[in-house]
Design a protein around this ligand. Structure first.
Ligand code: BDR
Ligand code: CA
Length: 313
């Protein structure tokens, strides 16, 4: 069975991504590395421990880095707290875990797992790419070891969501994202596809109907997110399933069609945070990144809704 590591800024859609991973028999979730973004890393770690406990899975949780490579600190944006709630899980109250994060740090955990599991390791990042960039800088050999890397972030064929050109995860740490796409083969699950996979209260009702506290939790957190979307993106018709789609594709790459491209991230110009093809590597026959541009949305929605219903039972 493939081993899966998640790198999360937990966050409501990160919670759904984590839940989909726990509900998927194709992969063993061997660890979660915390990052910053929707919440401070400390809050994210707390959520990771509490949510995995709620579902009866004692997944190990590791500390990542608390801010971007080029910065000395990080502040949660107001809009993040509006979308995900101050606690990252839509103000739902679930018991804190009695467990704590592991002593070894997330960067060393990832490097060790890459050497141990090699091609059998899948790595999915659904927050800024700071941890992965740091691991690649510390041990460049892991680039050729990890079997599959999928990240949620970026926007190639559509506008961004924090500015006209930049998506939230990439904009948190453009230097890290640029380093990652230049140094490891990866699949980008950006807004191009995640804004096509929408969830509504019709689907969350199915989790509530399971009648368990797990089902109520999944429905409550996601309804909070859907309500926020009604304000921030009226007319979209649901909430974007950004992070769970990255996990879905990690498990079943056939869910999306991709463009092979040598991607770069703008770090210098006014367009800082933009994901775009690198002109200087345009003719290079080897393409590092696969950017998802089409998605089998019905199949993915069925997968998510039914697997989380079983997890909730
Ligand atoms: C991404 O930004 C975060 O707010 C979400 O969790 C997702 O990873 C969407 O742009
Ligand atoms: Ca996220």
């Amino acid at each position: 069975m493939k081993k899966l590591i998640l790198d999360l800024d937990t966050g409501i859609d990160d919670t759904l991504a984590m839940s989909l991973a726990m509900a998927s028999p194709e992969v063993e979730l061997i660890g979660i590395i915390g990052t910053y973004g929707n919440v401070y890393m400390e809050q994210g770690l707390r959520n990771d421990l509490a949510v995995t406990d709620l579902f009866g899975k004692e997944v190990k949780v590791y500390r990542g880095l608390e801010h971007a490579l080029s910065k000395g600190s990080f502040e949660v944006m107001e809009i993040s707290s509006f979308i995900h709630g101050k606690n990252g899980i839509g103000e739902c109250q679930i018991p804190d875990s009695e467990r704590e994060e592991e002593e070894i740090g997330g960067i060393d955990f990832l490097i060790g797992a890459a050497h141990k599991f090699k091609d059998d390791l899948i790595y999915v990042a659904t927050g800024p790419l700071t941890n992965l960039a740091s691991a690649l800088q510390k041990d460049p050999s892991i680039s050729g070891l990890i079997g599959r890397v999928v990240f949620m972030g970026g926007a190639l064929t559509v506008p961004g969501n924090v500015s006209d050109w930049s998506e939230a995860n990439i904009s948190q740490d453009p230097e890290a994202a640029d380093f990652v796409v230049r140094h490891i083969d990866a699949t980008m699950i950006g807004l191009d596809v995640t804004l096509q996979t929408l969830l509504t209260t019709r689907e969350t009702a199915r989790w509530r109907e399971v009648g368990t506290k797990r089902g109520r939790f999944l429905a409550d957190v996601t309804d909070y997110y859907i309500k926020a979307y009604e304000v921030t993106a009226p007319g979209l018709g649901g909430c974007g399933l950004h992070d769970p789609l990255a996990v879905g594709v990690a498990i079943d790459p056939g869910l999306v069609e991709c463009i092979p491209i040598n991607l770069m991230v703008e770090t210098e110009s006014q367009l800082r945070g933009r994901t775009i093809g690198d002109l200087s590597r345009l003719s290079d026959p080897v393409k590092r990144t696969k950017v998802a541009v089409r998605v089998e949305k019905e199949r993915f929605l069925d997968m998510l809704v039914s697997r989380l219903s079983s997890l909730a039972a």
